[in-house]
Design a binder for this molecule. Structure first.
Ligand SMILES: [Zn+2]
Length: 291
């Protein structure tokens, strides 16, 4: 087996597109800096609503196959080469939005046994030995069953891996500081007449918004803004990126700010020794592996 780079980052996501929206700039930055970036996506998102009218005939497995191609294209934009579907493509089905009958499908991720799925993910952790794992919080950021389940599986897999010999030094949740979200929406509402979307979403529509004090880490991805926007555009069935690349909408057509600085909360492991900043500026800070 070839030797992996010294710095290794693993991100766990529910559907193709979540990684580009939440972490596109972070992933592009670390890939460009020579870190090994591994994305594990738990489902193919085959119950997602499709935006372009000409692609709305895609449903079920056909949509899943299409979204896998979108994911591959998005990762090419970010320079990320190690992309995996948990248990193999199609192993876990999209569970649909919370409260739908889809949630009861025995093949959906929401119904999956957490320990079994976590054991599969733990194999990836033991292979890669990442210093950093990025996951959702216990609400999945916004309550989608697949996101909640991705949280459970990721955290359980970290436990499995620790028992089997690799303790992940740092585990983070995807976050957005409330003040940043509020300021971005204020700007967005002013820009709305020039955007191709009829209305603005609200702060409460953004996954992972928390009080600023909870934020431990801020990754400046300004240099990778174009890569992030291109990756989001690659998910054309799910995301509509506005010209100017400062806003986007999902299938609800509500404008949201496109963040190129991405935020995290350290939930396991030691924060970097205080370098005089309020927040870490590197997910690997303190692990002994620096750029
Ligand atoms: Zn999702």
């Amino acid at each position: 087996m070839t030797e992996l780079p010294a710095r290794r980052l693993l991100l766990v996501h529910a559907h193709p597109d979540d990684e580009s929206i939440n972490n596109g700039a972070t992933m592009a930055r670390y890939a460009a800096e020579g870190a090994h970036v591994t994305l594990v996506t738990c489902t193919l998102g085959e119950r997602g609503e499709v935006i372009p009218p000409e692609l709305r005939h895609l449903t079920g497995a056909a949509l899943g196959e299409h979204r896998l191609r979108e994911l591959t294209a998005a990762m090419a934009e970010l320079g990320v080469e190690d992309v995996r579907l948990l248990g193999g493509a199609g192993r876990y089905g999209d569970s649909g939005m919370m409260g739908l009958a889809d949630n009861d499908d025995p093949d959906c991720f929401w119904r999956a046994d957490v320990d079994t799925a976590a054991a599969t993910l733990a194999e990836v952790i033991l292979e890669i030995r990442p210093q950093v794992v990025v996951a959702y919080d216990d609400h999945g950021g916004y309550g989608h069953p697949d996101h909640i389940q991705a949280h459970r599986v990721a955290l359980r897999a970290v436990e499995h891996a620790a028992r089997a010999g690799w303790t992940v030094p740092k585990v983070y949740y995807n976050r957005v500081p409330r003040s940043v979200a509020e300021a971005a929406f204020a700007r967005l509402r002013e820009e709305l007449p020039a955007l191709p979307f009829p209305k603005s979403a609200a702060v409460s529509d953004v996954p992972g918004v928390v009080d600023d004090a909870s934020i431990t880490t801020e990754i400046d991805g300004t240099a990778y803004a174009a890569a992030k926007a291109a990756a989001m555009r690659a998910h054309a069935t799910q995301i509509d990126v506005a010209p100017g690349e400062r806003a986007f909408a999902l299938s609800n057509e509500l404008a949201q700010p496109l963040f190129t600085t991405e935020y995290y909360q350290l939930v396991q492991g030691e924060p970097a020794p205080d370098d005089g900043r309020n927040r870490e500026s590197d997910l690997f800070a303190g692990t002994g592996e620096v750029a």
